[in-house]
Design a protein around this ligand. Structure first.
Ligand SMILES: Nc1ncnc2c1ncn2[C@@H]1O[C@H](COP(=O)(O)OP(=O)(O)OP(=O)(O)O)[C@@H](O)[C@H]1O
Ligand SMILES: [Mg+2]
Length: 248
């Protein structure tokens, strides 16, 4: 699944924070979106998932032969089209157990992912089996209790997104606060899903080693504009990226 945007801008109180003339995301499997603090990375992801209203511009979501104009779609419907975002700052989750958070996420897209092929009992079994798989792969201190640490909340947010079976996953600083071994497990799992053709991924990260390791294409955003995009090697060697971000 791919996203195409044109003349996409966002201003707060007449102060411009984003201005993307033309860009496509999702054409290279796992892509990175990097740039300095305040560059507009989270704003762009919020615009793409319709959580933030653009000042101007169009966004198209292309899924095989079908193209959706996201300008006509509300934020709660975006996930049903297969476009899902993880959160840079984690909130919520605290009133439900880890397992119930995953159940709630799974049932919210049941129409798209499960129904039509399965009856109600089978739906429940399929969801429970999938939740069990995730909970046995990633060891939470108490899966039937609440997510306690920041790391557990971050991981739960990612699993909550994966259980929606996205066709395109936007990850906003997914690994900040996660231990290195869990980061690797998450990225390997995401990479395997991309490899299998299940989804495309865009990762926003300040951890550039992670970007170079997992992304086959990288977009560089600075002061609201995409100034450069290319392979990790292209981006590493780009003078503008070096000057504005790498502090060289
Ligand atoms: N609701 C808002 N009202 C006013 N300004 C905002 C709002 N949200 C974001 N901004 C401003 O928009 C700019 C881009 O912010 P954004 O959070 O998108 O940056 P970012 O690239 O995600 O940064 P970071 O790497 O620190 O997460 C910043 O100058 C920020 O202060
Ligand atoms: Mg951000």
């Amino acid at each position: 699944m791919k996203l195409h945007m044109r003349n996409l801008t966002k201003a707060y109180h007449a102060h411009p924070v984003l201005n993307v003339k033309e860009a496509s995301l999702g054409t290279h499997g796992v892509e990175g979106l990097i740039g300095p603090n305040g560059a507009g990375k989270s704003t762009l992801m919020g615009l793409l998932t319709r959580r933030i209203k653009p000042s101007t511009g169009t966004i198209k979501l292309e899924d095989g032969d079908v193209t959706h104009r996201l300008n006509l779609i509300r934020s709660h419907q975006v996930a049903n089209l297969g476009l899902v975002k993880t959160n840079q700052r984690i909130q919520g989750f605290s009133s439900l157990t880890i397992r119930d958070n995953l159940r709630l996420a799974a049932t919210s897209t049941i129409d798209e992912t499960y129904r039509g092929v399965l009856d109600d009992d089978q739906v429940d079994e399929a969801i429970e089996a999938e939740i069990d798989r995730y909970l046995s792969q990633f060891s939470f201190a108490d899966p039937d209790g609440f997510a306690k640490s920041g790391g557990e909340k971050k991981l739960l947010d990612i699993l909550r997104c994966l259980i929606l079976k996205p066709r395109m996953l936007l990850m906003d600083e997914p690994t900040a606060g996660l231990p290195d071994d869990i980061t690797k497990e998450v990225m390997d799992l995401v990479g395997a899903k991309v490899e299998a053709g299940d989804m495309t991924v865009v990762i926003v990260e300040h951890d550039l080693d992670l970007i170079w390791k997992y992304c086959s294409y990288v977009h560089f955003l600075s002061e609201g504009e995409i100034l450069f995009h290319g392979t990790p090697d292209d981006v590493k060697n780009n003078r503008v990226v070096a000057e504005k971000y790498m502090g060289v």
